[in-house]
Design a protein around this ligand. Structure first.
Ligand code: CA
Length: 225
């Protein structure tokens, strides 16, 4: 799950990002409305958290343009504006939910989970591959119903491979799913994460196969019972 957080208060933005990354989401932080408008046009996000009072372009205008492009990703508005007409306007402009500052991080996380759950068709919340099950909302993976302890990066890696099972996923796609903008990424780091992930999922009969020059895909190993 890749989230875009548009918030010009740096301290608040860092606090929210830290909590969401710990929960296993990939988070991109953007500080201005104009940059948000540009980033959203690239269409790679699963959810938008949007402040309204933003430099360069107001949050409501960012939202209006997003919906004018027929982009349907869920939008949570985050703002100090608690006047009724702002709230109504935000929802009329196509926001899915609204949280007024100050708020508690657990509430923000619960709202995000609820929005993702609503966005996905009922059957898609849980994705299976072999003995592995990924709860995309609860952010957990089990193998034969035992919880597998994965780091946030390993979870993001496994998620993109499971969501595109039977397709080869190239390194650029993995990086896009696992890292935010401006994060230092080496191709070696991807390999390290793949190595760690393999060790954790191979006991359940699933591995990550490297296809030379193309990328990676999940495979069920033959020797599992
Ligand atoms: Ca603001």
């Amino acid at each position: 799950m890749r989230l875009l957080l548009v918030e010009d208060d740096e301290i608040l933005s860092d606090g929210i990002s830290k909590a969401l990354r710990q929960a296993g989401y990939t988070v991109d932080q953007i500080m201005s409305g104009a940059d948000a408008d540009l980033a959203l046009a690239s269409n790679i996000f699963d959810l938008l958290i949007l402040d309204l009072g933003l430099p360069k372009l107001d949050g409501l205008e960012v939202l209006r343009r997003l919906r004018a492009r027929k982009q349907t990703l869920p939008v949570l508005i985050l703002t100090a504006r608690d006047r009724l007409e702002d709230r109504v306007m935000g929802l009329d402009f196509g926001a899915d939910d609204y949280l007024t500052k100050p708020f508690d991080l657990p509430e923000l996380e619960a709202r995000i989970r609820a929005m993702i759950r609503r966005q996905m068709a009922a059957g898609e919340v849980e994705v299976s591959y072999g003995a592995l099950k990924l709860d995309t909302v609860g952010r957990r993976v089990t193998g034969n119903d035992e919880l597998i302890d994965l780091s946030a990066r390993e979870l993001a890696l496994l998620e993109v491979l499971m969501l595109r099972a039977n397709n080869v996923v190239n390194k650029e796609q993995l990086i896009e799913h696992m890292y935010g903008f401006g994060e230092e990424v080496s191709h070696n780091a991807i390999e390290v994460n793949i190595h760690r992930l393999r060790k954790k999922i191979e006991p359940y009969g699933v591995s990550v196969k490297a296809i030379r020059g193309l990328g990676y895909l999940l495979s069920e190993s033959v020797e599992h019972d």
